[in-house]
Design a protein around this ligand. Structure first.
Ligand code: PHE
Ligand code: ZN
Length: 884
């Protein structure tokens, strides 16, 4: 990829293949205390048609060149130009392969960006996506340069008895001076971002998996000393993932070994390096005492996600970083489907849609907006976004909805067949579905290039004389920050006309305008269409956008009575949830627009009754009922209010609603508490987790209604697992901050778990999220706590990230103290780990939606950040785009 003239922006339109083809990579990494020597031998060949005097340009990042040779001969200084960021070599052979040997010395101990080779609690590990490999050696560091790798690692045997890399182990042995080596051979062509090396004193949880063709794969999860047993659930999830990918997509694992390493200091969730996945240990280590049900679900999802990348990402990778959604959107879709099959489909879908609305919608509707496939970037690290991942997954889901199960599978099979071993593009991916099914997806492809959330407006007209129901659908997309097109797109809309008996009618529909009707699907492809249904006995309730079949903002003019009826009757369980969620969100949004102190109840009695009816309906899955009871987030309500938001008012209405629901439902919540008593033995399965979720939701409402902490205190003290303990502690810290028991419980929690960093993160995060103005002081005090450090991304996210993104009341305190605190921390963090600083800074993007005084202060803070000298490219990019 080439940087354009300003040296900053990279553009999709500028894509050019490299002048040189890479045939193979041989590396030796010699690890020592305080430095590492890296020697790399690249077999290269000038591409046909490239000028004979064209130089070879390699990428670097903070590198020092120690030596360089071509075909065994050290190069004269006149033949090359080396800077920390680049290496240019001239006079290379016109035809045929040659070997370029490069030596660099790097200092993993000083690598606080956690990109390239670094040390985490003494363990050597690498992170190369997106552009980390160039921090290890000079390279054609781009995803369309694929090669087999042979990697030799040498280290002190006592410091690093375990030496791992990609592929299969082929040799190992002892060396002089207490050192040893291992050689790993990865025969599959791969880009440099999938390279990995791990070395250290690690414990191993071993296992194996027999593939569908009968090959035995050796599995290993490596952890810090003494923690291998906590990887048992991750191992179970891994084996289920391997079996699922065979069943569902016919995809078999390809190497003899598959290793996972759990690391404490990691910028993201995990990384799919070929045959050697490296994980943030948060997504590996679990047991009931330290992990919540949410943590269990997270481990299952992330293990599956990284494993699934072996086919969608590794065997077929991306031509350039603009195609990131090709691997990420598709792999998120696959992990969502896995969880839906392993757990409960509707509940999983509710979770994914909540996530989409909480993270992707605000991104798509604000200054950081970009299409699922962006066409330019200044810093690729800032494009690992909810839009690329989660909206990207929605686009794959829409293709599956449009083509049906068999058509979708045929398209996927063709994709694997046609592009195995390649670096592909979105066009190539979409073409597979077109070719496999004979469908024209050219209009659909607009979803990849047009940014923004389309609005789907739905109106209904019942003709009582003719017994006819007309449904009019309209789509619109407005130009946002990305400035991309606003053409009508293809919206697959699942629907049903629900009768008073709770059954879908099979009335005939007739379309006028831009849509097609097939069974329970309306495919809206024009700006507007009307579907008229005839032969109905009574006016039906329209249930539209079932399962959230398209990522749109739904503006459905529907009466409260109709929504309440659907909450009870809709045979589509997802839409029952959405009916309730819309009732709550609409009430809270409307109330949130009124001034602070306005005492009009945010929710009417019928809405509360509908909610309580679901909560108390024992025929429904407890996990579903817990979802129904979960209030929309305050940031979500703020987004829907859209302008002049007062976060104090939003919090006030949410609390008023909670109190009203708790008071009215007291008897139901008491009964639920009784009937959902904890199981004697803990099981992490979805049904047990659902019962705990419902019991904890009931505890929340009960405590609000009673206005005192004793129930939560009792649960805290007797809890047999982290879900119940943390659930109770959250109620104490967030609702009863002054109470004697609260301080005692917080102290107890700290003492109990201070040895475990992952639990300590929960202790920091819980306090950072406490919805009080005084949270600013609490968080500032915690930033001085001996266990707080800027060097561990999980810890920074727990305290600073949670406060900025998960505490509307504290962060947005009217005097601006929350903004100053976060900005100060970001300036400090930026010098240590720019990626994490940039990620947390995205929370400022919503600044325009707040009332004038906060809006001014937020903009001012962003401006001050933008003017800091020497700001990283990562943070500068986020700040500048946010202000745009
Ligand atoms: N590719 C990783 C995933 O989604 C995420 C990641 C990106 C990790 C960049 C590290 C660095 O599976
Ligand atoms: Zn991924």
């Amino acid at each position: 990829m080439q940087r354009t003239e300003d040296g900053q922006t990279v553009k999709l339109a500028d894509y050019q293949p490299t002048d040189f083809i890479l045939r193979g990579v041989k590396m030796t990494l010699m690890l020592f205390e305080g430095y590492a020597d890296v020697s790399t031998r690249l077999t290269l060949e000038r591409r046909q048609g490239v000028l004979a005097d064209a130089p070879l340009n390699l990428d670097g990042d903070e590198l020092v060149l120690e030596s360089i040779a071509v075909d065994g001969l050290t190069l004269e200084p006149s033949r090359y130009e080396a800077t920390p960021e680049s290496l240019k070599v001239t006079g290379l052979p016109e035809v045929g392969p040659f070997e370029l040997a490069i030596e660099t010395r790097i200092v993993p101990e000083q690598n606080s960006k956690l990109m390239g080779l670094y040390r985490s609690n003494g363990i050597w590990c690498t992170q190369c996506e997106a552009e980390g490999f160039r921090r290890i050696t000079y390279f054609l560091d781009r995803p369309d340069v694929l090669a087999p790798y042979l990697v030799r690692i040498e280290a002190d045997k006592a410091a690093a008895p375990v030496l791992l890399s990609n592929g299969n182990p082929v040799d190992s042995g002892d060396l002089e001076g207490g050192r040893h080596y291992a050689v790993w051979d990865d025969p599959f062509n791969k880009p440099s971002y999938l390279f990995a090396v791990v070395a250290g004193d690690l414990d191993l949880l071993p296992d194996e998996f027999v593939t569908m063709s009968g090959r035995t794969v050796t599995l290993g999860i490596y952890t810090e000393k003494g923690r291998a047993a906590q990887a048992a659930y991750a191992m179970d999830a891994l084996k289920r993932s391997m079996a699922w990918d065979e069943r569902r997509f016919g995809r078999e694992y390809d190497l003899d070994v598959f290793n996972v390493v759990a690391i404490a200091d990691f910028n993201m969730g995990a990384m799919e390096n070929k045959g050697l996945n490296v994980f943030n240990h948060k997504y590996v280590l679990l047991d009931p005492d330290i992990a919540t049900d949410t943590d269990y679900a997270g481990v299952e999802t992330v293990i599956a996600h990284e494993y699934f990348h072996n086919w969608t990402g590794n065997r077929i990778t991306c031509r350039d970083w603009f195609q990131l959604c090709l691997k990420e959107g598709l792999t998120v879709y696959r992990d969502q489907e896995f969880s839906a099959d392993e757990r409960e489909r509707t509940v999983q879908r509710i979770g994914s849609v909540r996530r989409l609305k909480a993270h992707q919608f605000p991104e798509d509707q604000g200054p950081l907006q970009h299409p699922v496939r962006p066409s330019e970037y200044r810093e690729i690290n800032n494009f690992y976004t909810a839009t690329v991942y989660d909206k990207g997954a929605e686009l794959v889901r829409m293709i599956a909805t449009l083509l049906g199960e068999a058509g979708f599978r045929a398209g996927m099979d063709l994709y694997f067949d046609r592009h195995d071993g390649e670096a592909a593009t979105i066009e190539a991916f979409v073409a597979c579905f077109e070719d496999a099914t004979g469908t024209d997806l050219s209009q659909f492809a607009l979803w990849y290039s047009q940014a923004g959330t389309p609005t789907l407006t739905v109106t209904e007209q019942w003709d009582a004389d003719q017994r006819r129901h007309a449904v009019t659908l309209r789509q619109s997309l407005s130009k946002g920050a990305a400035g991309t097109g606003t053409e009508p797109m293809v919206l697959p809309l699942r629907f049903g006309l629900v009768g008073g008996n709770g059954e879908d009618s099979d009335a005939e529909g007739h379309v006028t305008g831009g849509a097609e009707l097939k069974d329970d699907l309306i495919v809206l492809n024009g700006t507007e269409a009307t579907v008229t249904f005839t032969g109905l006995a009574d006016r039906p309730y329209l249930s539209v956008l079932r399962d959230f079949s398209a990522p749109v903002t739904l503006a459905h003019e529907q009466s409260e009575a109709a929504r309440i009826a659907l909450a009870r009757l809709d045979p589509n369980l997802f839409n029952r949830w959405r009916a309730l969620d819309d009732l709550l969100a609409n009430g809270l949004t409307e109330a949130g627009r009124r001034p602070l102190g306005d005492a009009t109840p945010p929710l009417g009695a019928p809405v509360i009754e509908a909610l309580l009816a679901s909560a108390g309906d024992d025929s429904l899955d407890p996990a579903f009922r817990a979802q129904a009871l979960a209030m929309p987030g305050e940031a979500d309500i703020a987004r829907q209010i859209a302008e002049n938001v007062d976060p104090d008012r939003v919090h006030e209405v949410v609390e008023a609603a909670r109190l009203a629901i708790g008071t009215k439902g007291l008897a139901i919540f008491e009964r639920l508490r009784g009937s959902l008593a904890p199981d004697a033995a803990f099981s992490p399965d979805a049904a047990s987790a659902g019962r705990r979720a419902l019991a904890n939701a009931a505890l929340g409402y009960l405590s609000a209604a009673r206005g005192e902490p004793s129930d939560a205190l009792a649960q805290y003290e007797t809890a047999g697992n982290m879900t119940d303990r943390l659930g109770a502690l959250a109620i104490l810290v967030h609702r009863f901050p002054g109470a004697e028991g609260t301080e005692a419980a917080l102290g107890d929690f700290y003492r109990r778990f201070e040895a475990d960093d992952l639990v300590l993160d929960k202790w920091f995060a819980l306090q950072a999220a406490a919805p009080y103005h005084g949270a600013v002081e609490t968080v500032a005090r915690l930033a001085e706590h001996p266990r707080f450090t800027m060097r561990n991304p999980n810890r920074v996210r727990a305290l600073v990230g949670t406060f900025a993104a998960g505490n509307q009341v504290g962060f947005h305190r009217a005097d601006g103290a929350g903004y100053h605190f976060v900005a100060d921390k970001l300036a400090e963090l930026d010098r240590i780990n720019p990626q994490i600083a940039a990620r947390i800074a995205t929370t400022f993007r919503a600044w325009r939606s707040f009332e004038a005084s906060r809006r001014t202060k937020l903009a001012e803070t962003l401006r001050q950040l933008s003017e800091i000298k020497g700001l990283s490219k990562d943070l500068q990019d986020i700040v500048d785009r946010s202000l745009k």
